[in-house]
Design a protein around this ligand. Structure first.
Ligand SMILES: [Zn+2]
Length: 428
């Protein structure tokens, strides 16, 4: 019976037109390919439920079509096709959604999570000033604020005129779970990703604000999400969008930083210590009808334009220097650990920060494919030196230890060592 089931699944896979690809043990395609349109590497992972992300997790990766074009390119292409998306109608939908949730009694009627990056600046600003909503902005603090990040966070509120809840999870515990996430998953941002999502829903419940707005749609990163999915709930089974991330299990059975919560408890960490990461229970979410909406569903989301908007309206500052690992100065600048998030992604998947930034710009026609390629070749995988001491201090690890750990996470099919240097087996 199990054999039949596997065959049926295989048939379903083929019939959807997917190319049969050989996979490594942890689910990455064995053969490296780059998108013929935007240069994206096919090793890029898509969503997963982070509460069950362990070292054994089998990754899902971005789909490529038979012509070698990635799902992210297909997604953005649709945004430029008026036959697929009528942006006027989409904006009307937004107005209706706002009207249905507008409170008109002084209470907040929507939540915008963010830390003062260009996307959250834009979202909060237009919801308040154009659509006349009363947003509450909520922020799960970065691990370690950069100066420019703190300044941008402040001017977001000061110039935009927003109320904000800034939540700082117990830094001793956050350091501990971040260290575990590095050790087990080589993923310094994993506890942050969990926490900031949980925090928004808890505030939504506390203030009875069911409407939470995120910015960009996940499909742009290559996730398999329909253009018609405007909420988490409609994003269906795609990992990372769960409204009930515990999947009916106990919090103690879930994982944080790749380590089961039960194990932390055995070692003397208490449930009180981990409360910041506990999801809101699904009954409350259903009762209060809490849902995440993507503003990028209703309004065309072009990263460069968000940047210009933020500069003009809230004095947003780019990085004084080029951001390490890439050529841009305006993408996620607020956390000193950010560079290591992208660096580790390059180690594990060959997907670095310059690739992340340039693929987006190629798809939007701001730069050409060849320009993107040159930028990736020049900057991808650059070691983030600027805040290294703070990072190693934060995760209580020596640099040599971290670099040794990185080498353990380099997949054989992506990396090879030549004259004592790690190089990509198949470069762009
Ligand atoms: Zn592509």
């Amino acid at each position: 019976m199990a054999g039949y089931w596997k065959l049926a699944k295989l048939y379903e896979y083929y019939s959807k037109g997917a190319i049969m690809e050989k996979k490594t043990n942890n689910g990455l395609p064995s053969e490296i390919r780059y998108c013929v349109n935007c240069n994206l590497i096919n090793q890029r992972t898509t969503g997963k439920n982070e509460f069950f992300h362990t070292p054994e997790t089998i990754h899902k990766t971005v789909k490529f079509d038979e012509n070698g074009v990635c799902a992210g390119c297909h997604f953005v292409k649709k945004e430029f096709d008026e036959k697929v998306i009528n942006w006027k109608e989409r904006e009307e939908e937004l107005k209706q959604l706002c009207d249905a949730n507008r409170k008109n009694n002084g209470e907040y009627d929507c939540i915008v999570p963010g830390s003062g990056g260009k996307d959250s600046i834009y979202a909060a600003y237009i919801l308040k000033h154009k659509y006349k909503m009363n947003p509450l902005t909520v922020t799960w603090s970065p691990h370690l604020y950069t100066d420019v990040g703190w300044k941008n966070f402040q001017s977001w509120l000061h110039k935009g005129g927003f109320d904000n809840y800034l939540y700082t999870p117990n830094p001793k515990i956050h350091k501990l779970v971040t260290r575990e996430a590095v050790l087990r998953l080589l993923h310094p941002f994993q506890p942050f990703i969990i926490g900031q999502k949980m925090f928004a829903t808890k505030i939504a419940a506390k203030f009875n604000i069911p409407l939470i707005f995120y910015g960009e749609m996940q499909g742009k990163g290559g996730k398999e999400v329909s253009h018609k999915a405007k909420t988490f709930a409609e994003s269906g089974s795609q990992g990372g969008f769960e409204m009930d991330p515990l999947e009916g299990k106990k919090f103690e059975d879930a994982y944080l930083g790749g380590k089961q919560i039960r194990e932390y408890l055995d070692e003397g960490v208490t449930l009180n210590d981990l409360e910041s990461y506990r999801p809101l229970n699904i009954e409350t979410i259903k009762k209060k009808k809490i849902n995440f909406y993507y503003l990028g569903y209703f309004l065309r989301w072009i990263p460069q334009e968000m940047y210009y908007f933020a500069v003009k309206n809230t004095d947003f500052s780019p990085n004084p220097q080029r951001t390490e690992g890439t050529y841009t100065k305006y993408q996620s600048l607020d956390d000193k650990i950010d560079g290591f998030f992208h660096y580790t992604s390059y180690i594990k998947f060959g997907f670095g920060r310059a690739m992340s930034d340039s693929c987006e710009e190629v798809r939007h026609g701001h730069i050409t494919k060849d320009e993107g390629k040159a930028l990736i070749k020049k900057f991808d995988g650059e070691y983030p030196q600027r805040y290294e001491n703070e990072f190693y201090d934060y995760i209580s690890m020596k640099k040599e230890e971290f670099l040794e750990l990185c080498d353990k996470f380099r997949p054989d099919h992506i990396w090879q060592k030549k004259s004592n240097q790690w190089i990509l087996k198949k470069s762009l």
